[in-house]
Design a protein around this ligand. Structure first.
Ligand code: SF4
Length: 202
């Protein structure tokens, strides 16, 4: 059975779509063949909002989590129309938990409008996987699909700025990859008003 919700560290993580605008070099769905620990993240069709909420309730059991994270093996903003109902349900299930979106940052380009103000009414925090401060290297690392190549990098920077302006707790993240300049990513994050976190590659 594919995994839609799973507890990991202090969070309850959600895998709500497998759609992606990129094929990131570091993606664990490629490296680990869609698996992580005991879970299988290859969805057979996208779960409905009701199915996601049922899965999160089942995965949580009686536990309370510090945060609920839209993560998964896909870009969760593809499910933007479902997020209002989903977030309301999650806030009922996990009162007091922080709702965080882990994203590649292309949601505004996917939808053709700035989605950060919409997200700000739903979630608390956004962690944007930027990984480099170099636009050419961004293309090489993330290999975006054709519609996301020309304006992708600039759009991610705009999305980060917009998340900050909308009041979301915004973190730029970078996987430690050979040849990337993490201090430069940190400086860029700071110039955009976001905090910065690096994380190890698998
Ligand atoms: S956006 Fe996430 S799920 Fe999609 S390819 Fe990149 S790392 Fe993998």
């Amino acid at each position: 059975m594919p995994t839609v919700a799973y507890p990991f560290k202090k969070g309850l993580y959600l895998n709500i779509t497998n759609r992606c605008p990129t094929a990131c070099r570091f993606c664990i769905k490629r490296i680990l063949k869609w698996r992580f620990e005991r879970w299988d993240f290859r969805l057979r069709g996208e779960p409905t909002t009701a199915q996601i909420l049922a899965a999160s309730a089942a995965a949580a059991g009686r536990r309370s989590f510090a945060e609920v994270v839209f993560c998964g093996y896909g870009e969760s903003t593809y499910r933007l129309p479902d997020l209002p109902e989903l977030c309301r349900g999650l806030r009922r299930q996990q009162a007091g938990a922080r709702l965080r979106l882990n994203t590649i940052g292309l949601g505004s380009l996917i939808w053709g409008r700035d989605i950060a103000p919409e997200l700000a009414g739903l979630i608390d925090a956004a962690a944007v996987s930027l990984n480099t401060a170099d636009p050419e290297q961004w293309l090489a690392i993330h290999t975006p699909l054709k519609p996301f190549r020309a304006r992708g990098y600039e759009s991610v920077l705009g999305f980060i700025r917009s998340c900050v302006a909308a009041g979301l707790e915004t973190t730029v993240t970078a996987v430690k990859l050979p040849g990337t300049d993490l201090p430069a990513v940190r400086r860029l994050a700071s110039s955009l008003g976001a905090s910065f976190r690096s994380r190890p590659a698998l």
